[in-house]
Design a protein around this ligand. Structure first.
Ligand code: NCD
Ligand code: ZN
Length: 366
């Protein structure tokens, strides 16, 4: 039910062109409330800020389980959900389990029966932040994955191989060939989300696959490429995993959202880290986009001339993939320049958000 209000007709076109195709500028955009299908909220005191940032725009969020210790069973997920719910923001957390070499079929059945655990997250061990307890060899997870296939429970994958000899920019492509295709051949009915895709190969794989594969796209991978990360000096606040790739890959991701293929949907991968942990000799991976997430996507969609496709991407495709109804309320964005704060203070830590200090052209209405 997207609704765009057009008010500002540009006058610089010849009348004949104007008559055929009046160029217009939208000034207000009302969407079915979106959801975030990939989110890191962390735990403890910071929850009061991270949950609120997401709740002001999103109805539901898939909550990543890479806490320390990781959320590996239903009891832990239930307790974590209670800490999120205690923030009383209205955000509905959809919990996930962290898959390990030891996750059993019974663990999956218990999680599924709980009704609160909606998916299971596969981190190849060592692939990213807090992934040391992840899966060391795919075969170790076959029993759990077979049960997920049987129950229709989605497997969310961090799609990177971790072999030391594989170049960091080639790790996603390597994962498709050596892990993902064999996994889907073995479990052809599995619902699988290829999380935060970063490459042309991943976009093409999702678009052409005959399996039940979806993919989330982050604001940073749509907005930036590795030149933004590295030219003129290292920008630690643009460092996330999978790492930003070359501009042709960024373009392929932008083309994927332009295609309107319903397998692509919103997942911010918003992941807060303290400023000192990122601006460090060994800076950690993750971009905190939650404070401006829907506005960042709106900016990209406007640049691409596809604002009318934002609602499907942000609010419809994700629920459809997960077999859930769309939200029944709406949010409204207005065309208004505003600046993303240069820094935020969260539970005593300074966090530099994605696009800090940049001017955005769409603003969420309170
Ligand atoms: C995430 C985090 O900080 O938890 N970091 C990141 O770079 N994306 C983990 C993840 O999703 O890979
Ligand atoms: Zn993530």
């Amino acid at each position: 039910m997207w609704r765009i209000i057009f008010t500002d007709y540009k006058a610089s076109f010849s009348p004949s062109i104007l008559a055929l195709e009046p160029p217009m500028t939208a000034t207000s955009l009302t969407l079915i409330q979106p959801d975030d299908w990939h989110l890191h909220l962390r735990d403890g005191a910071v929850l009061s800020r991270t949950v609120a940032d997401t709740a002001k725009q999103f109805g539901r969020a898939i909550i990543m389980p890479n806490l320390t210790p990781p959320v590996t069973n239903t009891a832990m997920a239930t307790e974590y959900k209670a800490r999120i719910d205690a923030q009383a923001t209205g955000l509905m957390p959809l919990m996930t389990l962290y898959l390990t070499d030891h996750t059993s079929a019974d663990d999956i059945r218990t999680a599924h029966a709980s009704g609160i655990v909606k998916a299971v997250k596969l981190y190849p061990a060592g692939a990213t932040t807090n992934s040391a307890a992840g899966v060391t060899a795919m075969a170790n997870a076959y029993d759990a994955i077979a049960t997920m296939e049987e129950l229709g429970m989605p497997l969310l994958v961090h799609g990177e191989i971790t072999h030391a000899e594989v170049d960091i920019f080639d790790r996603e492509k390597g994962f498709i060939d050596s892990q993902l295709i064999p996994l889907l051949e073995r479990f052809p009915k599995l619902n699988l989300v290829f999380e935060h895709i970063t490459t042309k190969e991943a976009a093409e794989f999702v678009q052409s696959s005959s399996y039940k594969v979806g993919a989330t796209l982050t604001p940073q991978h749509l907005m930036y490429n590795r030149n933004h990360l590295l030219v003129g000096g290292v920008k630690p606040h643009l460092y996330c995993l999978p790492v930003l790739k070359r501009n042709t890959h960024q373009q392929a991701l932008r083309d994927a959202v332009v295609s309107g293929n319903p397998r692509f949907f919103l997942g911010t991968d918003s992941a807060p880290h303290a400023q000192g942990a990122k601006e460090s000799a060994c800076g950690c991976a993750g971009c905190y986009s939650a404070p401006a997430a829907i506005e960042l996507y709106a900016q990209v969609f406007e640049e691409l001339g596809i604002l009318h496709k934002l609602e499907a991407f942000a609010s419809l495709n994700g629920p459809a993939f997960y077999g859930l109804p769309a939200n029944d309320n709406t949010i409204t964005l207005v065309k208004q320049d505003w600046q993303v704060p240069a820094s935020l203070n969260y539970a005593g830590d300074t966090i530099i958000p994605l696009a800090a200090g940049e001017t955005l052209h769409w603003k969420l209405q309170d």
